[in-house]
Design a protein around this ligand. Structure first.
Ligand code: ATP
Ligand code: MG
Length: 333
């Protein structure tokens, strides 16, 4: 059996910030284990500052974790002092303007990596046209000599995706790729990612705080929910959305907009004890969610819960899974 394209094993990242001669340690990611399987889409969701981008950069090998292992196709990429493996992943950021060189045309942007990754000079023009057609930048000839500032946000992001698939990556970390794009065009970028996944078999780690887009893109894949650097719920996306078990994810779902007004009327937002996020650098003991969790007990303040498999491919880190009302019941409260 071939190993997963990406495996994170108990990965932690501590940033050390210096402020007024003081050192502040920010535990951005704590002992996260997950895997991205071949051809799979995994959505990583969580609120701002919970460590999603840090985890994405660690997954790619752009950032060395403080502890834990990162495996690409079963090979430890940090075995020794430097990164060992060939680059098998690519990243797409939210800011396509910053990702593209402003003084390079679309043609130049795509030409350089094509040549670098082995396309013969005589085939380059044809390949660029094919790539542009594939990502929906049509007619290609019209766009070849355009600079990034000539293009809309959606078009720029399509060029970024076109460039990212040139090295034939095994996986792409897409970090909020649609958050700076006009809402009317977001769906088309998500569809483009699905086509890349279906036609090239590229796996995606899709980082977002938007539950609706996570649900759309990863509908046949899995989801991992992060809270303050830890994964609190993970599994098959449909299962996790329908049977959310962690109070944090239930709270997120209870405030997510629902298109059906009758169903929306039934939902009461899950009342948290506290709306404030604990400060980075002052993480709560035990379960990190206990300061906001309406069900928290003594054990939650003392012992960190382990991520355990409660149903097939459905993992939850909560001491009180048996006591937390079922999500369907939570809907009707
Ligand atoms: N280079 C850095 N130096 C110090 N602290 C950092 C650094 N990068 C991130 N952090 C801190 O680590 C924590 C996690 O940051 P990260 O950017 O990974 O979160 P995120 O989930 O991607 O947030 P957002 O949704 O806002 O993009 C935050 O508290 C952030 O302030
Ligand atoms: Mg981020």
């Amino acid at each position: 059996m071939t190993p997963p394209v990406l495996q994170l094993k108990e990965v932690s990242m501590v940033y050390v910030k210096k402020a007024f001669l003081q050192k502040i340690c920010v535990e951005a990611v704590t002992k996260v284990s997950l895997e991205l399987r071949d051809n799979e889409i995994l959505a990583l969701v969580g609120e701002t500052g919970c460590g999603k981008s840090t985890l994405g950069r660690i997954a790619l090998g752009l950032l060395r974790p403080t502890s834990g292992k990162v495996l690409h196709l079963g090979t430890d990429i940090w075995d020794g002092n430097s990164r060992k493996s060939r680059f098998i992943g690519q990243i797409v950021h939210q800011d396509s303007y910053a990702a593209l060189n402003p003084v390079r045309t679309v043609y130049q942007t795509l030409r350089a990596p094509l040549v670098r990754y082995g396309t013969k000079h005589k085939d380059v023009d044809e390949e660029i046209r094919k790539l542009l057609e594939f990502v929906g930048v049509t007619p290609p000839d019209y766009f070849l000599n355009k600079y990034p500032y000539h293009l809309s946000g959606g078009m720029r992001q399509r060029i970024v995706f076109a460039r990212s698939i040139i090295p034939k990556p095994k996986f792409i970390v897409a970090d909020e790729p649609i958050s700076m794009i006009d809402p009317s065009l977001r769906l088309s970028i998500l569809d483009l990612m699905m086509r890349l996944n279906e036609e090239f078999g590229t796996a995606f780690l899709y980082i977002t705080h938007d539950l609706a887009s996570a649900r759309y893109l990863a509908r046949r894949g899995r989801i991992a929910v992060m809270y303050l650097g830890e994964i609190v719920e993970m599994g098959n996306l449909q299962e996790v959305f329908e049977k959310a078990k962690h109070p944090y994810f239930q709270a997120l779902l209870s405030v997510a907009p629902i298109p059906d007004p009758r169903a929306a009327r039934k939902i009461r937002p899950l009342k948290l004890k506290n709306v404030e996020l604990p400060k980075a650098g002052e993480l709560p003991s035990g379960c990190r969610f206990h300061t906001r969790c309406p069900y928290a007990r003594k054990i939650c303040t003392e012992e960190p819960p382990r991520l355990r498999e409660v149903e097939k491919d459905h993992w939850v880190a909560c001491h009180l899974i048996e006591e937390v009302p079922k999500w369907t019941l939570a809907l009707e409260r």
